[in-house]
Write a new protein. Structure first.
Length: 159
């Protein structure tokens, strides 16, 4: 994975926490709560922010992609580990997605859609643009080869 991939998550969460801090400061100004309430809220805010930062870096280290002979495998998650395998013969199409933060950082996400689904079955974010492009090309090539192999098997069995 790209070394700067966690930066995308940090920026996104940073924006969220900045908005939350704005709301908390506004509530403080409007309500003028006791010092104990402010200290408790500040402590909870700090602990949550610390946990999010830890989780982003720790979970990023646990991600992995494997392009195998018949499928693509993606493993992610820190507490709840998730493994997704999609056979090449089930892949319908692949998208490369780049939001404003990803464009700024030179990153991209790949979304893989398989047969029978309206939403993506696999989304891999935080890839360097060149790596995302290479991965997409590799998956498309393997998908084409898998379809050609199945067509050749079908022809030989029908004769």
């Amino acid at each position: 994975m790209a070394d700067n991939a966690p930066i995308e998550s940090l920026i996104s969460w940073g924006i969220t926490f900045a908005l939350l801090a704005t709301i908390l400061v506004t509530l403080y100004i409007l309500l003028s709560p006791d010092l104990s309430v402010v200290l408790i809220a500040s402590g909870m805010y700090s602990m949550l922010l610390g946990w999010i930062i830890f989780y982003i870096f720790a979970s990023h280290k646990k991600r992995g992609i494997a392009v195998r002979s018949k499928d693509i495998l993606y493993v992610h998650g820190l507490i709840w580990r998730s493994t997704t395998a999609i056979p090449f013969n089930r892949i319908q199409h692949i998208e490369t997605v780049r939001g404003p933060i990803e464009r700024y950082l030179g990153l991209a996400s790949i979304r893989i859609f398989s047969a029978g689904g309206l939403s993506s079955d696999l989304s891999i974010s935080g890839l360097e643009l060149q790596r995302a492009s290479n991965l997409k090309k590799l998956i498309l090539d393997k998908t084409e080869n898998e379809i050609e192999s199945e067509a050749n098997v079908d022809e030989s069995t029908s004769e």
